[in-house]
Design a protein around this ligand. Structure first.
Ligand code: ADP
Ligand code: UDP
Length: 244
């Protein structure tokens, strides 16, 4: 595909215009960031693994009728997606306590939650992605109540589907983050899942050992991030070209 000027460079991906109207290309970088990009590194091959793993999950989600932006994988690093108007809200789903909720609410990591918890954060790096309530989303017009209803419904379906998918390969889905957007065509609008689903934005623990198989390996300097992502891909049956 002919290279165009980047429209946007984020922490983990670069976004280019796609070949047709209403399309974009997502390029998966090897950059790893944590703690609002205060910690940074490059992990060669991470972008390729996330591209393939996210493709696998988005295709499976589409099979279940969960609308998402994925169209096709272009090469090892790029995928063609529908261009959405991103809703600036990060939807965080928690099945087990880990990460930021532990110090925030004084809960021990690994505590099973009585029910699935859906949290919302404003997608704004300069404010540190603060946690917000649905009322903030409506008050500031980031999404309407009808849109949020669809988002939460899709999110809970995605959680059920991902929990089963990962349990089937001996992995516990602890938590994850989703982004949604509006797909405008001919005056009609549809809410779709955007961005990526990969070990960069999910916490995944081995079901037998509770070993971390996600970006916490980088956040906490545990080492072995690439090996963990490769193991997730291998268990999912995702064929990855030689990485490293
Ligand atoms: P960040 O912006 O948080 O640093 P990334 O490096 O992953 O994150 O950049 C990808 C960007 O592309 C994100 O800001 C995300 O909201 C946006 N994005 C993802 N999917 C789409 C899409 N289908 N249409 C438009 N923007 C998208
Ligand atoms: N997450 C993410 N991007 C963010 C914030 C969180 O992908 O900007 C994911 C993170 O990988 C984890 C879940 O959302 O799977 C919950 O993250 P948490 O709020 O605990 O934040 P963190 O530990 O990243 O500070």
């Amino acid at each position: 595909m002919k290279k165009k000027k980047p429209l946007y460079e984020g922490k983990a991906k670069v976004i280019f215009d796609g070949p047709e109207a209403h399309t974009l290309v997502q390029y998966f970088k090897d950059d790893a960031t944590a703690f609002n990009a205060q910690k940074k590194d490059v992990i060669t091959g991470k972008g390729i693994l996330n591209n393939y793993i996210s493709e696998h999950i988005m295709l499976a989600a589409r099979e279940l009728g969960i609308p998402n932006h994925f169209i096709s994988r272009v090469n090892d690093r790029e995928q063609l997606v529908r261009k959405l108007e991103i809703i600036p809200v990060e939807v965080v789903v928690r099945n087990v306590a880990a990460g930021s909720i532990c110090p925030r609410l004084g809960i021990e990591e690994g505590t099973m939650l009585n029910n699935t918890l859906v949290e919302f954060c404003l997608k704004n790096d300069s404010l540190g992605d603060p946690i917000i309530a649905p009322e903030h989303i409506f008050t500031f017009g980031w999404a309407t109540p009808d849109e949020l209803e669809i988002i939460v419904e899709d999110t809970l379906r995605i959680n059920d589907f991902l929990t089963g998918l990962f349990l089937g390969i001996g992995v516990r889905l602890i938590d994850f983050k989703l982004e949604f957007g509006r797909y405008w065509t001919d005056g009609a609008v549809e809410i779709m899942l955007a961005d990526e689903i990969s070990p960069d934005n999910c916490r995944l623990w081995d079901a037998k050992t509770n070993e971390k198989m996600d970006k916490d390996r980088f956040r906490r300097d545990l080492g072995g991030l690439l090996e963990a992502y490769k193991e997730i891909a291998r268990r999912l049956g995702v064929k990855i070209p030689q990485v490293n």
